[in-house]
Design a protein around this ligand. Structure first.
Ligand code: AHR
Length: 493
């Protein structure tokens, strides 16, 4: 087998910034079988649950340390009225989910259930408010309901519904995709709405809010320029959230080698988005107070056969795992600006961590990428340089190659590497600048078949495998298998 010689230089003394754990965040929308069946089965279900929330899913999610979960949408958010989802379940209205198949939402899963789910898995809740069909009053009341510690009618209502203690929800999105399903606003008009809404979203005692504005579709510079131009320092804003779906090439499970490269290459466009969007933001926010967020991203494959197309269910292969890993590496490399990322979506929808079928549950290759990348959370991102022969493909001779990121925590270097080449391992010489390796371990996601995935008959077809590492001194070698994701953990001397 031909191998590709590569060199990786890690600058242990050059920090980019602390990797915000929220970069490893998730997104759960009332869409298809994400909330209902995926998370919520109800207390009377035969599927083992705690207060209606399925136990197997909670246990699986805890392993990947989800720092934050965004809810209730997505497009759903701008047609969601939070009061429909509180109080005795038998009294909650049956509403129509106009965006996702016009199915009936029983509202059994509302604010209390979402917060309980977050607490069970150890994540911070991130609530996306309704700008499109809602009002500033409705959203300010939601914040008061969740966060006010005193004796207001809203706080009493929360207590009557079982939670006297405030929820202290920090992250609040002011609408979702307001350039599209969230109201079809122009950027200037949305900026006016943003100013108006944010004026009324209060910091209550012990519960300051972190307000997130709707950013562009993909890397649209126009939205960002016009939004910030119109905002011009008025309106409280802590985060600005873009969405980027890299789409598909072929289908979720059927693709040629060319299509494997096409999709992975398209996902790497995230780097350009981050670089260009942060540059525009710097023009309006030179002190870099506002964080860049990508609160929806991932693959979006054509509907799977025999599945309801509006439920966005898709299978998840090694290719998705590489997309996830290289996107996380991009966020890590921009740890000084990117403060949150929320892959779409947690369960049974798009690039999911988990798939369920009634009482059965499996984890996906993307889940395993998140699992082996988790030690980056809270680490100090380090500058690294990679040099490898690029892969050239397609009519336009597109080029890309080995990518990765590095962080350090507690005298341990954590280095993650994606080798997208379908049949060439990368033999890398790893050089540490400013320190020495004492020992190392490695976990890799690797499979002989680039189409490999997990299903209910073969749930462990793609799982991380341990690899030998000979790490000592300032320079050592490691071979990254073809079509793989690797996480190296190096103890420094
Ligand atoms: O994640 C599915 C949908 O994609 C979300 O509801 C919307 O925000 C985006 O267009």
């Amino acid at each position: 087998m031909r191998s590709n010689k590569a060199s990786i230089m890690v600058h242990l003394d050059e920090s980019i910034g602390i990797i915000n754990p929220n970069i490893y965040g998730h997104f759960a929308e009332h869409l298809g079988r994400c909330i209902y069946e995926g998370i919520w089965v109800g207390e009377d279900s035969t599927i083992p649950n705690t207060n209606g929330i399925r136990n197997d899913v909670v246990e699986a999610l805890k392993h990947i340390k989800p720092p934050v979960i965004r809810w209730p949408g997505g497009c759903f958010a701008d047609d969601y009225h939070w009061e429909d989802g509180i109080g005795p379940r038998e009294n909650r209205p049956r509403t129509v989910n106009i965006h996702w198949g016009q199915v009936i939402d029983t509202n059994a899963f509302g604010t209390h259930e979402f917060i309980e789910f977050c607490r069970m898995v150890g994540a911070e809740p991130y609530i996306c408010g309704n700008v499109g069909s809602g009002s500033p009053r409705e959203m300010r009341d939601w914040v008061e309901y969740c966060n006010f510690p005193g004796d207001s009618t809203r706080a009493r209502q929360r207590a009557d519904n079982g939670h006297p203690e405030p929820f202290r929800v920090k992250y609040w999105g002011v609408g979702n995709e307001n350039w599209g399903c969230g109201g079809n606003f122009d950027p200037e008009d949305y900026a006016v709405e943003y100013r108006r809404f944010s004026t009324f979203l209060n910091n209550f005692q012990d519960a300051p809010v972190y307000l997130i504005a709707c950013g562009p579709s993909g890397n649209n510079p126009d939205w960002t320029h016009k939004f910030f131009e119109k905002l011009r320092g008025r309106g409280r804003i802590q985060g600005f959230a873009a969405h980027y779906y890299c789409g598909s090439a072929g289908t979720s499970t059927e693709y040629t080698i060319e299509q494997w490269y096409q999709l992975i290459h398209r996902s790497a466009y995230m780097e350009k988005l981050v670089v260009q969007q942060r540059a525009i933001m710097d023009g309006y926010d030179p002190e870099r107070r506002i964080g860049l967020i990508v609160d929806e991203w991932g693959t979006w494959h054509p509907p799977a056969p025999n599945m309801e197309p509006r439920f966005l269910w898709q299978q998840n292969t090694m290719r998705d795992a590489l997309v996830a890993a290289l996107s996380l590496d991009i966020f890590n490399r921009h740890a000084d600006k990117v403060v949150m990322g929320n892959i779409a979506q947690t369960i049974n929808v798009l690039q999911a961590m988990i798939l369920t079928e009634g009482e059965k549950m499996i984890t996906t290759p993307t889940y395993h990428a998140y699992h082996i990348y988790a030690p980056h959370q809270g680490g100090k991102a380090l500058r690294l340089f990679m040099d490898a022969e690029p892969i050239t493909f397609g009519d336009d001779n597109s080029m890309f190659g080995l990518t990765g990121s590095a962080s350090i925590k507690d005298n341990k270097l954590f280095l993650t590497v994606v080798n997208p080449h379908v049949d060439q391992p990368a033999e890398a010489c790893i050089t540490l600048r400013g320190g020495k390796a004492a020992s190392g371990t490695a976990n890799a996601l690797v499979n002989d078949d680039i189409h490999a995935y997990n299903d209910f008959d073969s749930p462990d077809n793609v799982v991380p495998v341990k690899q030998n590492v000979t790490a000592s001194g300032e320079e050592f070698y490691h071979t990254f298998p073809p079509a793989s994701v690797t996480a190296l953990s190096i103890t420094l001397s």
